[in-house]
Design a protein around this ligand. Sequence first.
Ligand code: HEM
Length: 414
Amino acid sequence: MTSEVTARPTFPMRRCPFSPPPEYAELRSREPIAKVSMLDGTEAWLLTRYDDVKAVLGDNRFSTSPKQPGYPFISPSRASQLIHEDPPAFIRLDPPEQTRQRRMFTREFTAASVQKVRPFIQQTVDALLDEMVRQGPPYDFAEGFALALPSTVIAEILGVPIEDHEYFQERAQAKLDLAAAPEVPLKAGREMREYLDRLITTKMEHLERYDDLISRFLTTQLIPGHVTREQALITIELLLMGGHETTANMLALGTLSLLLHQKQKEALVADPGLVGNAVEEMLRFHSIVHYNGPRVALEDVEVGGQLIRKGEGVLAIGSAANRDPEQFPDPDAFDIRREARHHLAFSYGFHQCLGQHLARAEMEIVFPALFRRIPSLRLAVPEEELSFNFDAFVYGLRSLPLTWDVDDSGTGEQ
Ligand code: HEM
């Protein structure tokens, strides 16, 4: 008789360029709620079934606060950043305080509010495409276009000078690097808030001159004392960061997916009405916030037949749920025609992405415009040479070198 000893898996596991770690599928069929070891030696429950992940994300008996004993930390750099965050941004608070602070912004990010930003997005996309064509191939789409668009859009909405974009961009990337030494994200966060502190001071001196989200927030929340200055700073930092690194990575990965699936790209160009569906599929397929979401049980709770005890860490991983074949048949296939809108790429429940309508609008505007303007767009390097940022909290491409036939890019505009 052979006795098979299965070692407890260690989290995080390494993902593949276009799929979550293969261990997720294996665990989903064998042990969908499994104990894993974290890098710091603690244990947590890893959930890989869609229904279980959704149940945890929507249940306020699970806390998202890193200050709660038992919270599972993805890496030492992430732990140092989250433990020291004081006061915490509302993404790391539980209701009712999270709800109170989040409500200060919900009106700014509704579908109707985003509708009003669409002309600015379109205008920025057109300008970036002009610049891309002007520079000519080979062109790093990740750096030149994908990062520039969401940075410009969120800076415009918030009222942050776009000239400072490099400063906050560099710090945003340092904060999201899971492999960095623990002091790196701490320093980056400190510098970001120092910058924002100066910006608040400038705006407060002449609030009547500004019509932007930060100024409205200062007028309606900071000045009447509904938030402290420290809370205001950490919240603005959250909006600034949440608003560009994520969308940027989706723009580059989405473009790559279409380039690697030519038939689907052609279908999208022929029928731009497909873009809404295509965007949902890109979000599901890439699930770039790939370690979302760590939680800790505030009391004993049964999930999917498993008792999770008070104080135990839970990894309700959306990127695993988004490949559950029960919900998404043939889940590893990229298919822009599938019904994917119920994916968990924007999370679910209390912390579901505040900026999702904005992210969707940017993606929906970019893809048809890009391939209409430059029909011959293609990779400038073999697919195997592409480099992915496996160690970042928000997954993406390090660069996306593209090329095209110069003579079709000037005439593609209609
Ligand atoms: C494709 C782009 C995006 C993706 C994939 C994405 C994904 C997510 C996810 C997974 C969460 C939940 C995090 C958690 O539970 O810890 C989240 C929350 C959040 N996102 Fe996004 N996001 C995107 C774009 C944006 C944009 C454009 C903004 C603009 C401000 C934004 C602002 C936020 C905020 C403020 C939260 C915190 C919500 C809360 O805790 O109540 N995101 N996002």
